[in-house]
Design a protein. Structure first.
Length: 301
């Protein structure tokens, strides 16, 4: 026997019930009435269960239709609000505000960059005293001399290798297009004729037509006598270096020029104090230099 859950099952149950009635009539009156009551109750329960299931399915489908209709109504309302004149105007105002904020941010960035550029321009052209040069180490002094010669209209000023420089710290082209070697000596004691012999070797090695030996100190008489024998060698002692600094680093800063700033100043870096070097890493003009030790017998500031 199957549990009825449809109209077809209800029909089969009715036929079954009709067939059972004569069987029940043959039983004892009390027992037959009990069986008949149970059968009737069963069919009533089956009918109620089927009705409830049908109602639940109908309610579920109706709820799904209502939910779909509600979602469609919400979308339509959102679309109507999005396309409303008030919403369109609000979006326009927000876009204008964002654009204004972006432009203001860009103006602030440009103003900061302009301020940094002008400060660097002043720093680049600031007056420098010879005493400030005395505070540099050997490597900084070479870079300073490089900047100095660049401002004196020498072209293609470049540093020589850290090792095997053959006596020249810089190589450049003079204003009259002659290849020139430069030796930088930042010493405390006087510079002797060994520096002159070194720069003569550098002239031969680099095939130069002229040479400068620059120092923040002075030269011995022997060094000056040796340099006089070759007019291609020019000695720049402390006095002449101070004059060159006053000429190249004037007290009066010229008016800011964006084109010249981009060309000469933008990539320029001021001299920064460096960490104290170990005996194996002191700069090229230092006491413990690794470049052939040409200054080992000299003291430096």
């Amino acid at each position: 026997m199957t549990w009825p859950n449809s109209r077809r099952d209800d029909g089969c149950g009715a036929v079954f019930g009709i067939g059972v009635v004569p069987l029940v009539a043959g039983l004892d009156n009390a027992l037959g009435l009990g069986v008949l009551a149970w059968i009737i109750g069963f069919f009533v329960w089956a009918l109620i269960s089927a009705t409830i299931q049908t109602w639940r399915e109908s309610a579920r489908k109706q709820a799904a239709r209502d939910e779909t209709a509600h979602a469609d109504a919400q979308r339509q309302e959102q679309q109507r609000q999005w396309n409303s004149p008030e919403a369109v105007e609000q979006r326009r105002l927000e876009a204008e505000r964002d654009r204004a904020e972006a432009e203001a941010h860009e103006r602030r960035r440009e103003a900061k960059e302009e301020l940094r550029a002008r400060q660097k321009w002043v720093q680049y052209h600031a007056y420098m005293r010879i005493e400030e040069v005395d505070g540099m180490d050997g490597r900084q002094f070479e870079r300073f001399i490089k900047t100095l010669f660049e401002r004196l209209d020498h072209k293609n000023v470049r540093e020589t290798p850290a090792s095997g420089d053959q006596g020249g710290d810089l190589v450049c082209d003079s204003p009259d297009n002659k290849k020139t070697v430069v030796q930088a000596k930042r010493w405390q004691g006087r510079v002797g004729n060994s520096a002159i012999m070194e720069v003569l070797g550098a002239m031969l090695y680099y095939k130069a037509e002229g040479a400068f030996v620059t120092t923040n100190s002075t030269f011995t008489k022997a060094a000056r006598d040796l340099a006089r024998l070759d007019p291609r060698i020019h000695l720049v002692d402390r006095t002449e270096l101070a004059e060159m600094i006053r000429r190249v680093f004037p007290r009066e800063v010229p008016e800011f020029d964006r084109e010249k700033y981009d060309q000469f100043v933008k990539d320029w870096q001021p001299f920064q104090p460096e960490a104290p070097a170990t005996p194996n890493t002191v700069g090229r003009s230092g006491h413990h230099t690794g470049r052939r030790g040409r200054h080992r017998r000299r003291r430096r500031w």
